[in-house]
Write a protein that binds this ligand. Structure first.
Ligand code: B12
Ligand code: SF4
Length: 516
């Protein structure tokens, strides 16, 4: 374990939580913490990162409080890896489904560091600040929203003994009352944000294993070209977390950063973590043109879901020529009524044209669909028809997930107010962990039972892939070859490989645990 002789800020990323049959890709470098560390260091604040996932991405262990698993360091290993001189410990709490683990981790950290200030930030912390402060008294401060400036201000206030209530965008306990300060504005000059401190993260452990958010098995690197999203979909936590301000970095600076990583880490592929990278046609055209001119030996992907309004044939061509190989469209539903209700503001015919152009040009395309609580059988029929069109127009993959009520979203608040959801609790967060599990379902739809949602999901996914292979039979062979060679090119291929490996590991783990 690394030791320091001076007080240090330690930033901790907890293990990724999963269950045997989860479909999402889980093991990615901690971009948020690398950004925070970059800013702290730029302000002369010594910082260390304990990345539980990156330190041991091959380790999978059973969780004590539910039937899920953790990937990465165990709780005891994380606590032991925090340097002795840490006076401030920051924990990233992104996923509501991980809170039951993080709650226990915070208690264990507090035991070893009784005098440290424990700060938590991230999506879950932002959405559930009051709940966390009242149920986890070991937490000293919660940072809400974008974290770079807030964390620097918190550290400076704590170390100089200044009043925390002058720091914007935080919450803390003042006696028995919760004190929440005014949310700060998003960082105005996005280009002034210091680059992530990747030297503090065990990046090689990710890269040598081909891990990442996108579909490629390559030396993948996370990247952020834009922040925020101007839309306000009712199921998404982005408006609360990032406000509705969308800002893009200067294209040339993003490409400078890419070039530096290619030189330093031999990066082969970049995964853009942006909420929705393509909003302005001018920006993406400039970015792609500059990337073509610089001729970097890389590919890049947009695996998080993007708006499609600005992606026409011209943009698709530039994307491909500049190295983009994979894109995720997020229409969420094929029902006009549902789209209106969730405020998605997407024009399906336009999205299909964009998708067709992207697929024709050679990009691998995935489409995200959610089964919403308001969906009736008629809405599902519309979504089914839309899904058939997606397969016909060339989509490679589809996700069809039952809606998950994440705190911090408009829909979650609406359902709580209507008495359709229980109040926040450990059981509620543990329940969220099952949502990406293909073997079981929680239905929030009053029109459909869990069994029906489960069968609808299997029907949608099964029909999509059968149709997609019937429309383009060569894809079945290329997918088989990519999977056998462990060189996935689409999200579906990568998910299949990861799922198979996880099940094998978990089976081996269970056999070992049950040995007399
Ligand atoms: C990349 C990504 C992933 C990656 C992993 C990301 C990671 N390494 O942690 C993968 C693909 C594994 C993933 C999986 C999932 N994801 Co995801 N993912 C994202 C995504 C697209 C980007 C996250 C990111 O890196 N952002 C960029 C960095 C710069 O921002 P950041 O991490 O938020 O950090 C900033 C602040 O949060 C804050 N901050 C963060 N930590 C801390 C700590 C301190 C001390 C302080 C002061 C501040 C602070 O400061 C940072 C800098 O400004 C977000 C959407 C988004 N764009 O934010 C969704 C998102 C985080 N994911 C989400 C979800 C739901 C999931 C899944 C549960 C999906 C599923 N059903 O399987 C799984 C869960 C995985 C798991 N259990 O581990 C939701 C979370 C909602 C919630 N409340 O739970 C989000 C917000 C998407 C959405 N709008 O619905 N995800
Ligand atoms: S779902 Fe996508 S488009 Fe809608 S608010 Fe969230 S990030 Fe923006």
């Amino acid at each position: 374990m690394k030791q320091f002789d001076k007080p240090i800020v330690s930033l901790v990323k907890a293990p990724a939580l999963t269950n045997a049959f989860a479909l999402s890709t889980l093991v990615t470098p901690p971009l948020g913490l690398a950004y925070l560390a970059g800013s702290l260091r730029a302000h002369g604040i010594a910082t260390h990162i304990v990345d539980a996932v990156g330190e041991n991405p091959d380790q999978i262990f059973p969780l004590s409080f539910c039937d899920g698993y953790g990937i990465g360091l165990t709780m005891a290993e994380i606590v032991a890896a925090i340097p002795e001189t840490s006076d401030i410990i920051g924990l990233s709490c992104m996923f509501s489904n991980s809170w039951p683990f993080e709650w226990r981790l915070i208690a264990a950290i507090r035991k070893r560091f009784p005098n440290a200030q424990i700060i938590v930030g991230g999506e879950h912390a932002t959405a559930c600040s009051d709940y966390i402060l009242t149920t986890c008294r070991d937490v000293n401060v919660i940072a809400m929203g974008e974290g770079e400036e807030t964390m620097v201000d918190i550290v400076n206030a704590i170390r100089t003994g200044n009043d925390l209530s002058r720091v914007g965008g935080i919450a803390f306990m003042d006696g028995e009352a919760i004190h929440t300060t005014k949310r700060r504005k998003r960082i105005g000059d996005i280009d002034s944000i210091p680059v992530p401190a990747w030297d503090l993260v065990p990046l090689e452990n990710y890269m040598s294993r081909g891990l990442g958010h996108g579909s490629m098995h390559a030396r993948n690197m996370p990247l952020m070209a834009t922040r925020g999203c101007p839309f306000q979909c009712t199921f998404c936590s982005s408006p609360l977390m990032w406000t509705t301000k969308w800002s893009a970095r200067k294209a040339s600076l993003v490409i400078d950063e890419m070039e530096a990583y290619v030189k330093e880490y031999n990066v082969e592929n970049f995964d853009l973590y942006d909420l929705t990278a393509i909003i302005q046609k001018d920006w993406i055209v400039e970015f792609a043109n500059q990337l073509i001119r610089r001729n970097l030996p890389i590919t890049y992907q947009l695996p998080s879901g993007t708006r499609s309004e600005a992606i026409d044939e011209e943009v698709v061509d530039l994307l491909y020529r500049s190295g983009c190989r994979n894109m995720n469209y997020a229409p969420e539903s094929g029902s006009p009524d549902t789209l209106k209700a969730i405020k998605k503001k997407v024009k399906l015919p336009r999205l299909l044209n964009s998708l067709q152009a992207a697929s024709k040009r050679g990009l691998s395309v995935m489409v995200n669909i959610i089964l919403f609580p308001r969906d009736t059988r008629a809405d599902l029929l519309n979504t089914f028809k839309f899904m058939v069109k997606c397969a016909f127009y060339g989509a490679d993959d589809i996700t069809f997930v039952p809606f998950v009520p994440y705190p911090g979203t408009e829909l979650h608040a609406e359902m709580v107010a209507a008495g359709r959801l229980p109040p926040l609790s450990e059981a509620y967060f543990i329940g969220l962990l099952t949502h990406s599990d293909i073997s079981r379902v929680t239905s929030h739809n009053p029109n459909l039972s869990e069994r029906q949602v489960h069968y609808f999901r299997l029907l949608f996914l099964g029909s999509f892939y059968i149709l997609s292979y019937l429309f383009r039979p060569y894809r079945a062979f290329s997918s088989l070859i990519h999977i056998l060679r462990n060189k996935p090119r689409t999200k579906g291929e990568k998910t299949f490989i990861q799922l198979a490996r996880r099940i094998i590991k978990i089976n081996a783990l269970s056999s070992a645990l049950h040995k007399p």
